[in-house]
Design a protein around this ligand. Sequence first.
Ligand code: BES
Ligand code: MN
Ligand code: ZN
Length: 506
Amino acid sequence: MHNTKVTVTTQDIHEYKGDMLVFHAARREDGTIDCDPRVSTYVAALTDYNDFTAKLNETVLFYPAEMKNTEMLAARRVLVVGIGKKESRDDESVHREIFRSVGGTISKVCEKLKIKDLTVAAGPDLGLERAAIVECITEGILLGDYRFEKYKSEDEETPVYPGVKKIIFEVSGKAAALKKACQRGASAAMAACIARDMANEPGNNWTASHFARLAEKLSEKYPLKCTILDKTKMKRLGMGGLLAVNQGSAEPPKLIVLEYTPDKAKETVMLVGKGLTFDSGGISLKPAAGMHDMKYDMCGGAAVMAAMQAIAEDRPSVRVVALIPATDNMSGSKALKPGDIIRHYNGITSEIVNTDAEGRLILADALAYGIKTYTPDCVVDVATLTGAVIIGLGHHHTGVLGNNDELVEQLVRAGKSCGEPLWRLPLGKEYTKQIESQVADIKNAGGRPGGTITAAAYLEKFVGDTPWAHLDIAGTAWDFTEKTYIPKGPSGVAVRTLVEFVRCRK
Ligand code: BES
Ligand code: MN
Ligand code: ZN
């Protein structure tokens, strides 16, 4: 895991003697290159050969010590990364994504050359403030510099690369504000990497109890209060959904609560994440092909827990309560069966028509219990809830549904500025009708049509009038859009969106 120092310097970078000095260069309308005068002679030479056109993520490396016209740069290597054409300035999120992706490119060069420290020089701004550039490059480098190698045996020929240890940004003046920008970028990116770590852990080493232990550890290190509800407590409270899903398992369930409470809280935001540590489907067993990916069915819970770390570092003036219902979904002899009827925390009864529609069962209890106990001003839940969202939106948008336009819009805005786009789907009585049951208040699946919507319609029954939004990350939690800073495997999606959402509420 990262322990990278990210900081700023006002010193003359000619004297920087470290592993790599990074510049970025933009492409002007007329095809010429806009770059720092300190590297313009190198870059001009390359353009004569047509070898560098400053397209986005195009790179070129120099070794100043080996060159005649060194302009006295003392760094071992100089990297110039293209940021493409200077485009219109109205959409800030486009520019933010460009610099995040440049950060990802930098991290790839670092990995190849085993670079441990680097300095990023100031450069053309492309319509974005320097603070935002620093924040986004930081995010991109740290998100791109992610590996999960804990279960790989060591190999003498390829020694382990510990990753980037130090990132320094050249700044002039305003050092304090830019240092803050480093911290913002770093805390959000580190949190996303922690979520990826949880997701990468296999089901045999990431159970509900592992989730609970991490929450306790976070509460020792950060100003967070941790409460773990165990099976006995759940029985006493009547959490029939979470208990039902856990019935077929040898692993005990946990409902994890993490609370961040500032001195003078303006409001309470509640976050709920699906912590399904392995989804076999239960008695409605899933097909074998691809079932191993269902260890990722806890990505919503991981996102919420990781976001709490960044929120505890940020210390906003809003109270944030996170709930993670955690269990696996197995088919042991006591397992929940199709046809069974369960009773949720709020008394609503549900006919189980498919034991593979388990996420909504555990979320329903957590939502109803959380709202009753903490009376939040708004609730956001995050879950790998339906395969249907992949059919609808592919791997490029998280699905968002909710009962409050303003809340949904705030989330869409937060997602956009993080490079984690959301797309809203509707709710409505026609969809709610699909989950009506002959024998109970509702049933847990509404058939194939509108699968993402009927799943959300189920959750809607448990939030009452509280402003609520639901993020279905089944398509984006892994196999997310290919980007320089998104690795194969779990993406850590929703962590930065939640952090940004809370940053905007305070
Ligand atoms: N965890 C799955 C959803 C999922 C599927 C996530 C594929 C990522 C990739 C969820 O518990 C599930 O099985 N949903 C069912 C619901 C259906 C039975 C109504 C689905 O989507 O098929
Ligand atoms: Mn399932
Ligand atoms: Zn599931």
